[in-house]
Design a protein around this ligand. Sequence first.
Ligand SMILES: CC(C)(COP(=O)(O)OP(=O)(O)OC[C@H]1O[C@@H](n2cnc3c(N)ncnc32)[C@H](O)[C@@H]1OP(=O)(O)O)[C@@H](O)C(=O)NCCC(=O)NCCS
Length: 187
Amino acid sequence: MGRQFTKHFTTFPTYEGEKINLRQLRLSDGKDLLTYYNNPMVYRYLDWYGPQDMEMAERVLKHWIEGYEKGYILRFAITEKETDQIIGTIFLTDVTETKGEIGYELSQSYWHQGIMTEALKEVIRIGFEEMGLVRLQAIVCEDNKASQKLLEKVGFIKEGLLRSYECHMVTGECKDMVMNSLINAGK
Ligand SMILES: CC(C)(COP(=O)(O)OP(=O)(O)OC[C@H]1O[C@@H](n2cnc3c(N)ncnc32)[C@H](O)[C@@H]1OP(=O)(O)O)[C@@H](O)C(=O)NCCC(=O)NCCS
């Protein structure tokens, strides 16, 4: 761990897209993070319930923001173009010289508009073109049909089932997960 991200970028990478922008998270995003996570539909396939109060939201944001310099997570704010408010996040983590893992979540008010397709395509481009990774992977709860379809739509291939792989931070319940991967054709 260390310079996984900073060796590729002089400043945190940003993106101005058609539907959304991607930027570095800020501590001031706490209120919006708390608002969209206050919905079981958003966290039902995740391994946590999201931040429970402002203090936790800021603690989590600080951890994610520091992850860029320290090399453990490159987590983007997905923002609404007009307001700059965050409506979700997308991230690369567990990054080595050749591999990385992708994850994401979006406010339910913005589902089914192609937003995560756009964000995911940009993070794949960053991983492959700017960081030179060979393999991206995404591990999805077996029941999470929306996420599975999204991944397949952008080219990920389902590799197999990881039994009792992800255990919930609060309940301890362990779920079977599907491993998906995308290989950099240019490598
Ligand atoms: C998974 C998630 C990120 C999808 O985001 P989204 O912006 O709504 O996805 P898109 O609009 O880009 O849709 C991509 C494709 O996924 C599929 N899809 C999206 N939502 C779906 C749903 N509820 N049921 C079935 N398929 C769905 C569609 O095939 C869609 O492609 P199409 O519109 O061309 O048919 C969003 O539902 C979410 O944040 N869920 C909660 C958090 C989560 O589960 N994160 C993933 C953990 S692995």
